[in-house]
Write a protein of this length. Sequence first.
Length: 306
Amino acid sequence: MAGGRPEYLPVLVAAVEAFLDPESGSETLQAASGSAFPVVIVNGPIGARIRLNAGFGCLGPDPHRPAGASIGRALRLLQQNLGGALPGIGTMANYGGLRHTNVVFAEDEASLPAGWTPHGTERHGFPSGTSSISLAFANGAANIRRRGAKKETPEEDARQGMHRMADFMRVPNMAGLAGYEHGTPGILMIPGVVAQTMVGLGWTKASIREFLWEHSRIPAEALRRAGGPAWIEIDTSKVVRESLALDPWPITAQPENFVIVVAGGGHPTNSYWLQGYSPGVVGRRIELPAAFESLLAEAERDLGPA
């Protein structure tokens, strides 16, 4: 029904397992009004083997590499047909999931700078080279112009781009409260060419996170003007409630909560911010069936060389 091939199924199974993990928050987000949708990040060799896109157009549509859309569509149908996520009945999402195919893509591990570990290793501790998925929820997306007008020095260009990213994150709509302690305020996607350039200028993934954490803080007056303190005061988490004493207010408890993933085509102009609405970020290993190699051989026969 979702147009998927059998070799996609191991990724779907892992995604469903992560979706059903209580840490993901799916039981609430499936029915809530915030229009959340799952984001599935794939690491390890299986991405390339099933032709899951990590480059240009990785969020689709891509007729040459349809795995992401099919896997995401299958998960969406499971949410709807088994989970009962019917608009106005099983889900009160005002606007529905932004993408009826959800978001499923592979990290571009071939473009990771030296010293940058894959997301699955960094966030979940899977050994490098392990085929795995990571699932979080988002409820919005924004394209951020990363590159300047070519009048800046490389250092100015990088810093200005970082400020633009942080400014997009510095919004007092309280989406990040769901995962303030252990989840994520969002997923920042940057192309490999950008990651390589940043490393060449002396940035590390840790220093990028630290910069975003510091510069996405919301001044107390802006937070009060938007009614943020009322939401923070009634939160069930003591850490969240105590954070109200901070001025400016950090949108997440620690820099490590930011998810930074290398993906997208080899062009330096844009980055992509998936606003988090995610109590947890759940990882799962992808288990392959005994017949997996024969499934890949059938794909070569049916689709032609990868």
